[in-house]
Design a protein around this ligand. Sequence first.
Ligand code: IMP
Ligand code: MG
Length: 179
Amino acid sequence: MDNDILKVLISEEEIHKIVHRLGKEIEEDYRGKDLVVVGILRGSVVFMTDLIREIDLHLDIDFMDVSSYGDGMESTGIVKILKDLEESIKGRHVLIVEDIVDTGRTVKHLQGLLEYREAASIEVCTFLDKPTRREISGLEVKYVGTEVPNEFVVGYGLDFSQKYRNLPYVGILKPEIYE
Ligand code: IMP
Ligand code: MG
């Protein structure tokens, strides 16, 4: 897999530091609260499993699967719920965990949906943020691991056509792989 990578953007060591910092911030903010960490399948899985082990609190995990991209690289603007939560979130504090916020459409849609279910609070934690790509104004993302430039990145859960999710670092794919 390394051969398909043009450049490493975030090393394993840097990832560990980022995830540790986010986990401790979340731990402070949610102490004494009924926390449900909601991972958005499948991209957030690698990040989320590391993140929850940095949060020394009682918490529940749950997952949602939404599709907005298909196998391509451009957002279709259509967000479909493929798998819903198993547990009720009524009156509970929800932390949505994403791999990356790009246009912001996915997160915007999820926030609306979960607010309607009467959660006590809804915040977003994303490992990566591509702010230059944002199409939704005023989107609140409380916890951001790090910003990345407007390049297509893979690894640490992020895929290209479902591959490269298991790369332990984040990198930019060589153009010949997707052209
Ligand atoms: P948004 O709705 O445009 O914010 O899209 C967010 C989703 O697009 C993420 O959860 C990713 O699955 C996908 N995505 C956006 N940018 C990238 C990227 O650079 N690499 C891999 N997936 C990406
Ligand atoms: Mg995704």
